[in-house]
Design a protein around this ligand. Structure first.
Ligand SMILES: *Cc1c(COP(=O)(O)O)cnc(C)c1O
Length: 370
């Protein structure tokens, strides 16, 4: 079965092999050495001066960032399930929350953000996704982050880059916290979250000192010494080290370029067989197609062609399908997925198969790659 969901992504063999070594104790020089090397590689890919690794899925890091960096009022963008989550976290902790709410195919605008900031001078943190995975939507987070900082440099900018980190070069010049998750572009099993931090965020964390398990001050103190506050997810960190080493060897520029080519070619192929790309501003991490027979299509894909892709949630349940582009994916595999989508449309009597999708995919892929 080809796993083509936008998280979890497939775990490559070299990562599985690295993780199959006998478990080592986390309070040992051996593990501390791996931890130290992983921190260096992580800082390199994230581009911020400090990084933390937490034993949690991505949502744990989102929660830790909100509680650590927001004291007064949170401004969050809800263009889907993951943006909505920031608001839910604020609610759970009794943090006042102003939410910019849009349909799931519409990114937050500069005007919406500026209006909210002007109406709420007590906002001290801003949360947004780079890619809102619910509908494969790319927010212009870099433009919005810059505007927030120009308005008030004290506002902490928290960016959920879980489906963007490792996918494209991210501008972190106005970002205080950048969040990543193991099971997306890092091609690891779920259970490890990552946070990149600016110097200002580090100071804020030291000053606020909130929470227990997710107390980032405690984590900073330990991780600076190449250990963790609680038992480290050693196996996942060993896997992450293997992944980051390989990624560095390949070069991030190459990885980003290949993701872009696969993603743009796949979008073009879907449009070429008269399917509609759902978001008005598509992210590179996935191709998200709006189709009323999405669930039937996914079933055929799985049963007839061995391809597992994702559907939609909430209002988009049964109405979209999402194909992953994160990670180091062999082009032969995504090429087969594109073929399989067209074959499935034929099985469902929607469109006769003639190989057009894959023809467009291959042509566009090499055009973008050049
Ligand atoms: C997957 C994902 C998350 C984290 O979800 P978890 O299930 O907690 O790992 C957060 N934000 C985005 C944009 C995601 O795609």
């Amino acid at each position: 079965m080809l796993l083509f969901t936008p998280g979890p992504t497939p775990v490559p063999e070299f990562v599985r092999v690295a993780m199959s070594e006998p478990t080592i104790h986390h309070r040992t020089p051996e593990f501390e050495e791996i931890f130290a090397k992983t921190r260096i590689l992580l800082k390199d890919v994230i581009g911020l001066p400090e990084v933390l690794m937490l034993a949690s899925s991505g949502s744990g890091a989102m929660e830790a960032c909100v509680t650590s960096l927001c004291a007064k009022k949170l401004l969050s963008v809800n263009s889907g399930k993951f943006g909505e989550r920031f608001g839910k976290i604020a609610k759970a902790y009794g943090i006042p929350n102003v939410e910019i709410k849009n349909p799931w195919d519409i990114p937050a605008s500069l005007e919406q953000v500026m209006d909210a900031l002007k109406a709420n001078p007590d906002i001290d943190a801003f949360c947004i996704q780079v890619c809102e995975s619910a509908g494969g939507l790319r927010h212009s987070y870099e433009v919005l982050a810059r505007a927030v900082k120009e308005h008030n440099p004290e506002i902490m900018v928290i960016v959920d880059g879980i489906t963007a980190l490792g996918v494209e070069e991210l501008d972190v010049s106005c970002v205080d916290a950048l969040i990543g998750g193991s099971q997306k572009a890092f091609m690891l099993p779920p259970g490890l979250s990552l946070i990149g931090l600016s110097q200002k965020a580090v100071e804020k964390i030291q000053e606020r000192d909130v929470g227990f398990y997710f107390n980032l001050k405690t984590e900073l103190k330990n991780q600076d010494k190449n250990t963790t506050a609680w038992t480290a997810p050693t196996t996942l960190i060993i896997g992450l080290y293997a992944f980051l080493e390989r990624a560095k060897e390949m070069g991030y520029a190459t990885i980003y370029h290949q993701v872009r080519a696969r993603s743009m070619a796949c979008d073009a192929a879907m449009e070429g067989i008269e399917l509609k790309i759902y978001p008005t501003m598509p992210a590179l991490s996935m191709t998200c197609v709006h189709h009323t027979q999405s669930d039937a299509l996914r079933k055929v894909l799985k049963e007839n062609y061995g391809v597992n892709i994702a559907g939609g949630q909430d209002d988009l349940k049964g109405k979209i399908f999402r194909i992953n582009h994160m990670g180091m994916i062999p082009v032969s595999e995504i090429s087969w997925v594109v073929n399989a989508v067209e074959l499935s449309l034929d099985v469902l009597g929607i469109r006769k198969f003639n190989g057009l999708a894959n023809q467009i995919f291959v042509e566009q892929y090499f055009k973008v790659l050049k």
